[in-house]
Ligand binder design. Structure first.
Ligand SMILES: [Zn+2]
Length: 85
C-alpha cells in the first residue's frame, strides 16, 4: 500500500512544516540596524573616493587605503606566479 506510505510521508512533512514556519515567524522582522556614520575618503592607491565608516578612519590620517585595495594589493601588478621566467 504505497498510498498509505505517501500519507505518512505527507504527515511527516506537515509536522516539520509548522516548526519551519514558526522559526521564520520568530525571526526579527525589520530590525533597524544602526547605520554607521560615513565619510568619504580618497584612497591613496586607486585614487577613488570611498564611503567608509568614520570609526574605521579615525586616526588614519591621509594615508587611507580602501578596503578594495587592502583586499587586493596587487591588482596593478602581475601576480608572481603568472610571470614567465
Ligand atoms: Zn583603493
Amino acid at each position: 500500500m504505497s498510498r498509505r506510505k505517501d500519507r505518512e510521508r505527507f504527515l511527516q512533512l506537515k509536522q516539520q512544516n509548522p516548526g519551519y514556519l514558526g522559526f521564520r515567524g520568530n525571526a526579527p522582522a525589520a530590525v533597524a540596524a544602526p547605520v554607521p556614520e560615513l565619510t568619504s575618503m580618497l584612497c591613496t592607491v586607486c585614487q577613488r573616493k570611498r564611503n567608509v565608516p568614520v570609526e574605521s578612519v579615525s586616526g588614519a590620517g591621509e594615508d587611507f587605503v580602501c578596503i578594495r585595495c587592502q583586499d587586493d594589493p596587487g591588482q596593478d601588478h602581475p601576480a608572481p606566479g603568472e610571470q614567465n621566467p
